[in-house]
Design a protein around this ligand. Structure first.
Ligand SMILES: [Zn+2]
Length: 88
């Protein structure tokens, strides 16, 4: 398991913050706002690993449900980032 990130908010050059991933997922969803709600889309995993670019396959409707419940999109087996994550 890749787990070299020891403090929240810091990423290496190839990594990303979970905020960037959420923004990217929002853009994916925004681009599909006219798509059918049952359309399956590969969103980006929002786990704690900044080098993770795995896909989370959800329908647009499922994505909206996760967002409404403030649940991160996580590949099974990956760990969600800390709830109280601080952004610089
Ligand atoms: Zn992940």
């Amino acid at each position: 398991m890749r787990n070299y990130l020891s403090h929240a908010g810091a990423v290496d050059a190839a990594g990303h913050t979970s905020q960037q991933i959420r923004d990217a997922n929002e853009l994916i969803r925004e681009g599909l706002r006219h798509a059918d709600a049952s359309y399956k889309v590969a969103f980006l995993c929002e786990c704690e690993d900044p080098s993770c670019y795995d896909a989370v396959w959800l329908t647009c409707a499922e994505y909206e449900q996760r967002r409404a419940a403030s649940q991160p999109l996580i590949v099974p087996g990956h760990r969600a980032p800390a709830a109280a994550e601080e952004q610089p």
